[in-house]
Design a protein around this ligand. Structure first.
Ligand SMILES: *Cc1c(COP(=O)(O)O)cnc(C)c1O
Length: 814
């Protein structure tokens, strides 16, 4: 887009304050990820959950000079304001206007699953023949869709955009700004179903996107979808695809048989192609691609060629701890302008003293000079300390880059130069087109490569937090419990992520854990739940806030404050005993407590208690009693104090089961990981941790031979056994020996045989088609974390916190 502020004011009926000639080419909505300030406006989006006005100051600090908001927060000669009644309407009006300036062919994708993959595959299939614009990542919401549409320019011939909804009436609004000529409805599943009255309502809602489409491609395997579309849209050209025989495009071969190619019946024709990945979801997405490529008039041979070239859409950036205190961010899956921008947003979240970029040639794109000019301009704004360029085209243009720049024709040449071996304390962004295989650099730079990892999906953590938040009032604060190495997920990495997402408090068990976080730059308030006597000094020194649960602790801590000559009122948190019978002041102690507090230089920052059974439905009465008791005792304490500390009692299951008693703050723990015993909520959560390894060796075992220490397992028949490099020292208890536990290989649960050893275990494969080097899931998936906990005769909490520190944690963000 390219408008003046004045033009935007007219298009959106908003009020312009300041210089109307200012150009606006981009709109940023997250102040943390602003990667370019040139001709960029910041929009302070207001939703029920969040108010973007809070972030205007930080956007201005970064150099933004155009602000779109619902009110003018301050006056300044250098800032242009666009004031609107509603920021989301604003974006939508602007996007609608923008789209109507162009005559490109529009493709709209709706559905519960597969939207992003179908979009990315279509893009891959069409981008060499047409100039195509698409939604970045899965930008498909009320905000994401308009922002995606604003990327369209005069060159584009085809635009592929996703439209996603989570609430009733949302699709109607999206259709008002974007009514695609060509519609695609992918698989309908249960995502967001909970927010709708029925599946029928969800389908009706999604179908609204296509009310003006001329042709609609849809996954026809769902009967209700099939019937509804034929009913409502009988005047349109309808093309259904899927596995059911009634579809226009369907698979006719036995797709489970790996020896055989896949055969697809397209009306009267048969198209046959080889396929590596053969799960149902992948195949039905491939059918959608075939249908649309046919629609665009491609020959069968070309379609098959395009299908063969489809790349799995790994839209995730991985971060890994590197050698020499480097941090490696790897995105070697695809390289285009969008994904470059996304990577730049992503690295804004890290504070490393130096930044290094490895970048290869772009493999697509027509006008290379313009492309590389844009690329260089973006890169120059990021202030990299060093840039390594790889490839013929980009190295020709090294003069465009302002940083210290080095050029190489191949990735191997860069490796051999040993330049990378000298980098330390830096963030290293690896961004390359696939054919350059720069993931090789990642293995070179990464700290000890392990086959066994605990993979933590930070997006899932955030998703789970948001699911819990949806039960709360917007003003209710949230503390995240990061005790015990964040439930085994990791140390400061998790805390840093939570801090970035504005968590109000962090909770640790002991002072050392808090001190570690402070040393790693965590500034969020931290409560120490169990401050040990020897650690009060550390509490004061590292600005931690102690849980005070008895007179003994109060007196000792106060003594320490005096010794440290602390001036001011030190924040403390008073714990009330209400039925857990673990720690806390009893009701009869409140008067004395009040008297003491008045003589001390402390400030009660919060009053809290802990529920013993919030996840046990049978204990509802007990829990409600605990809550009532807390209400009563804390009321008394508060009126005696004469000021109002915040109050909190709910843990994760408390949030889900007793949201009406949220007080001022809640404390989330296991819920972040995606574990819940609430059957209704469980499907809404995403599991955030996967413990996995690989097969080191496969052996043929004859009937009667024994496996492992003490010959505890004797093969009952000739069989195959895999050795996995994970043992009880990693956190797989010995209890799981001899078919008491299972691991997942190729999606199937296979039994552990013989005794689990310290660093290894054996798993029976029988005739499962697995090979050495294949992935082994210890949990999540098959089996799930909860199932694994059952094998261990314990609960997920203990499983997670028992995973040894030697197991490498790997963090993934989209
Ligand atoms: C660990 C802990 C929590 C979190 O409990 P979850 O069941 O994991 O949500 C909350 N409050 C206190 C005091 C805790 O120690």
């Amino acid at each position: 887009m390219n408008y003046t502020a004045q033009q935007i004011a007219e298009i959106t009926h908003s009020q312009l304050i300041g210089d109307g000639t200012q150009l606006v080419k981009n709109i940023a909505f997250d102040s943390r990820t602003i990667y370019s300030t040139k001709d960029t406006a910041f929009i302070a989006i207001k939703t029920q959950q969040n108010n973007g006005e809070k972030y205007i100051a930080s956007a201005v600090e970064k150099g933004i000079s155009i602000i779109i908001a619902e009110k003018q927060l301050f006056e300044s000669d250098s800032i242009v304001w666009l004031i609107t009644d509603n920021t989301i309407d604003f974006l939508q009006k602007l996007a609608r206007h923008h789209l109507h300036q162009f005559s490109l062919q529009t493709i709209g994708i709706a559905g519960s699953n597969g939207k992003t993959i179908v979009k990315e595959w279509l893009y891959q299939s069409l981008c060499n023949d047409f100039s195509v614009v698409k939604s970045p990542k899965s930008f498909n919401s009320q905000i994401g869709l308009p922002l995606s549409l604003l990327q369209i320019n005069a060159e584009h011939q085809i635009g592929i955009f996703e439209a996603g909804i989570s609430q009733p009436n949302e699709m109607h609004r999206l259709e008002q700004i974007f009514s695609p000529k060509v519609g695609i409805l992918t698989h309908i599943g249960s995502a967001h179903l909970a927010n709708f009255e029925s599946e029928a309502q969800l389908i009706d809602e999604k179908l609204q996107l296509f009310s003006k489409s001329e042709i609609l491609f849809f996954n026809g395997d769902n009967d209700l979808v099939y019937r509804k579309i034929n009913e409502i849209y009988s005047t349109k050209t309808l093309i259904s695809y899927g596995f059911e025989p009634h579809n226009d495009i369907k698979i006719t071969s036995d797709w489970n048989d790996r020896q055989e190619d896949i055969s697809v019946q397209y009306f009267d024709e048969v198209i046959t192609f080889p396929a590596q990945q053969r799960d149902a979801a992948t195949l039905s997405n491939a059918l959608a691609i075939i249908a649309i490529l046919k629609h665009f008039g491609f020959e069968n041979e070309i379609i098959i060629e395009k299908l063969n070239q489809l790349k799995s859409v790994e839209m995730r950036l991985e971060s890994a701890i590197g050698v020499r205190n480097n941090l490696i961010i790897n995105d070697s899956f695809n390289l285009d302008l969008d994904s470059l921008k996304i990577a730049f947003q992503f690295i804004k979240e890290y504070n490393k003293p130096e930044k290094v970029l490895v970048l290869t040639d772009f493999v697509e794109g027509k006008d290379l000079n313009t492309l590389y000019d844009t690329v260089a301009q973006l890169i120059n704004e990021q202030n990299f300390d060093k840039i390594f360029l790889v490839g013929q085209e980009i190295t020709k243009r090294r003069n465009l880059f302002h940083s210290e720049t080095f050029t190489f024709s191949t990735t191997n040449e860069l490796t051999d130069s040993l330049h990378l071996n000298k980098i330390e304390n830096s963030l290293i962004l690896l961004k390359g087109a696939r054919k350059f295989e720069i993931e090789k650099l990642k293995s070179l730079l990464e700290l000890q490569k392990h086959d066994t990892v605990l993979e933590v999906n930070l997006n899932a953590v955030l998703h789970n937090i948001n699911v819990h938040k949806s039960f709360l009032k917007p003003e209710t604060k949230m503390m995240a419990m990061v005790k015990a190495y964040s439930y085994g997920l990791g140390g400061y990495e998790i805390a840093e992520f939570l801090q970035h997402h504005h968590i109000d408090y962090l909770g640790v068990a002991v002072a050392d854990e808090g001190a570690d976080l402070r040393k790693n730059g965590i500034t969020t308030p931290i409560i120490v739940m169990n401050p040990e006597q020897h650690s009060y000094n550390a509490v004061i020194e590292y600005n931690l806030e102690p849980n005070i649960y008895s007179f003994r602790v109060l007196d000792l801590f106060h003594k320490q404050l005096k010794q440290a000559n602390f001036v001011g009122n030190f924040p403390i948190h008073i714990k009330i005993e209400t039925g857990m019978h673990r720690l806390g002041f009893k009701e009869f102690e409140i008067d004395e407590l009040l008297q003491k507090l008045k003589t001390m230089n402390v400030k009660v920052a919060s009053i809290f208690s802990h529920l013993s059974s919030a996840d046990v439905p049978e204990e509802r009465d007990y829990t409600l009693n605990q809550i009532a008791h807390f209400q009563k005792v804390s009321d008394r304490l508060m009126s005696g104090l004469g000021y109002t500390p915040i109050r909190h009692i709910l843990n994760s299951s408390g949030i889900l089961n007793y949201p009406e008693h949220q007080f001022d703050m809640v404390r989330i723990g296991i819920g972040m990981v995606g574990v819940s015993y609430n059957e209704k909520i469980k499907p809404l959560l995403q599991s955030a941790v996967t413990f996995k390894s690989v097969i080191s060796q496969i052996s043929d075992i004859q009937k009667g031979e024994s496996i492992g220490y003490s010959r505890k397992y004797i093969a009952e028949e000739n069989t195959r056994v895999a050795t996995i490099p994970v043992g009880y020292a990693d956190g797989v208890p010995r209890l799981l020996s001899n078919k008491n536990g299972f691991v997942g290989i190729k999606g199937k649960k296979m039994p552990i045989v013989g005794n689990v050893c310290m660093d290894m275990m054996m798993v029976e494969l029988k005739d499962l088609n697995a090979k050495e080097g294949d992935e082994v899931v210890i949990f999540n998936g098959e089996p799930s974390l909860e199932e694994f906990a059952v094998y261990c005769n314990t609960i997920p909490y203990e499983v997670l916190t028992s995973i040894s520190r030697r197991v490498k944690r790997v963090y993934i963000k989209n």
